[in-house]
Design a protein around this ligand. Structure first.
Ligand code: GDP
Ligand code: MN
Ligand code: MN
Length: 255
């Protein structure tokens, strides 16, 4: 068993309105069942999610949080504008985004963009993945899947990894429940975060710096392609999320 991870070469600096599918197809001949993995940074750039820090006017909550935590109120405002809930305020802002993804700073980023600018994550990453996937399929005339990724930290462990934030035609979680182990025991709980694992593999070739490789194609991996898939299939239902419950309890105890 094996699969390939191929970084697409010659991708330019991306600007608002750029046509990512044609740029990708120009630089790599896609094949059926390729999984095209695209860093959210360039999706956001193409979608024009670029804001000047000095143009952001912080509201009351952002000003209060900034005063409490000694941070730039405009940056906090940017994070709040994309957040449904703030789970941790200090020493970093851990939030659940409007799209339901829980991460630091709502994915608002100051890296790989000119000084003084902020990059907001794509507003609806599944919609972005679908639009990109549809256009990639039209241009290449191949059956494809797409994962839009970001770099995320994790609880308990040092080191960030690639994470899926939007998907197109790929089942994000593989259920092993009901399958047998080597000794014939039936697996009862195991579910595998396939989309995150692929995002992690792709992120090895993307890196976090000046590599200039925001698109990686996974080829030859035997995954489950499904017409209708949503990233929220990966998000633990509220009532089962004991970590979030715990964080809310902690916050209520902070002055
Ligand atoms: P994120 O993980 O989506 O936040 O993206 P990163 O900022 O970590 O960048 C991932 C990869 O994309 C790195 O190799 C960057 O150098 C590259 N990258 C970011 N923006 C651009 C761009 O506009 N053009 C190109 N060619 N590469 C970019
Ligand atoms: Mn990012
Ligand atoms: Mn990254």
């Amino acid at each position: 068993m094996k699969f390939e991870a191929i970084a697409v070469e010659n991708i330019p600096l991306i600007h608002t309105g750029d046509d990512l599918p044609s740029i990708i197809c120009k630089n790599l001949e896609l094949q059926d069942r390729d999984i095209v993995i695209i860093a959210s940074t360039i999706v956001a750039k193409a979608e024009g999610e670029i804001f000047r820090l000095e143009d952001i006017t912080p509201g009351k909550t952002a000003l209060e949080m900034a005063a409490r935590n000694g941070k730039d109120a405009r940056f906090i405002q940017a994070v709040l504008s994309r957040s449904m809930e703030v789970l941790v305020e200090k020493p970093f802002m851990l939030v659940t985004t409007l799209a339901g993804h829980t991460c630091v700073n709502a994915g608002v980023d100051e890296s790989n963009i000119e000084d003084g600018f902020l990059l907001y994550p794509p507003e609806n990453p599944d919609a972005s993945a679908s639009r990109l996937g549809n256009n990639l399929e039209k241009l290449s005339k191949k059956k494809l899947s797409v994962i839009v990724t970001d770099t995320n930290g994790r609880a308990f462990k040092i080191g960030q990894t690639g994470a899926a934030i939007g998907i197109y035609k790929i089942k994000p979680v593989k259920r092993w429940i009901g399958e047998k182990d080597l000794f014939g025991k039936v697996l009862e709980v195991t579910e595998e975060a396939v989309a995150d694992e692929l995002a992690g593999a792709a992120n090895l070739l993307m890196g976090e710096g000046a590599g200039g490789t925001p698109v990686v194609v996974i080829r030859g991996f035997d995954y489950y392609c499904e017409e209708e898939t949503y990233i929220k299939e990966m998000y633990r239902p509220e009532e089962l999320d004991i970590i979030k419950k715990g964080l809310r309890c902690l916050q209520n105890r902070v002055e």
